[in-house]
Write a protein of this length. Structure first.
Length: 152
């Protein structure tokens, strides 16, 4: 093999090594970027989760203190539990939140209340108040249990 051929092979080998180094560096950068995005997403998820858990506890305290209507508190807790710990819906201690939610979800809220006849609205409110009275002990017990529950 001639010297020229050897130099050609050496240069081709160096070119291959340089290309492989460039490729590995690029893949490493992509992987690092992906890991960073994953960590940021995990941090956002954990912040959202912690905020939702804190909201659940605030609502539970407000229901125990009589600062919020029990039906409204149940609806809010049920929705927050959907995103934080949906498995708690299967727990009998917290079944009352689902029950009140299902019994009141047909009732108009916010802007929709303004469009409903006042007499019909009063009838719905009476139904809601009756539900609250019928389940008051369960709701307050469930609220206390939420405050004691350790969310993972």
């Amino acid at each position: 093999m001639s010297t020229t051929t050897q130099w050609i092979f050496i240069l081709a080998g160096l070119a291959a090594i340089l290309w492989l180094l460039w490729f590995i560096r690029r893949q490493h950068q992509k992987l690092s970027f992906h890991r960073l995005q994953e960590q940021e997403q995990q941090a956002r998820y954990q912040d959202h989760r912690n905020s939702a858990i804190e909201s659940i506890q605030v609502i539970a305290r407000a229901m125990l203190a009589g600062q919020v209507e029990l039906s409204e508190g149940c609806i809010r807790v049920k929705v927050l539990l959907d995103s934080v710990a949906p498995e708690l819906h299967e727990d009998e201690r917290f079944a009352v939140f689902n029950h009140l939610y299902s019994q009141t979800q047909h009732m108009p809220t916010h802007e929709a209340r303004k469009e409903v006849d006042k007499r019909f609205l009063f009838k719905l409110d009476r139904q809601r108040w009756q539900l609250e009275n019928d389940h008051k002990v369960e709701i307050l017990t469930a609220s206390k249990a939420l405050l004691e529950h350790q969310f993972h």
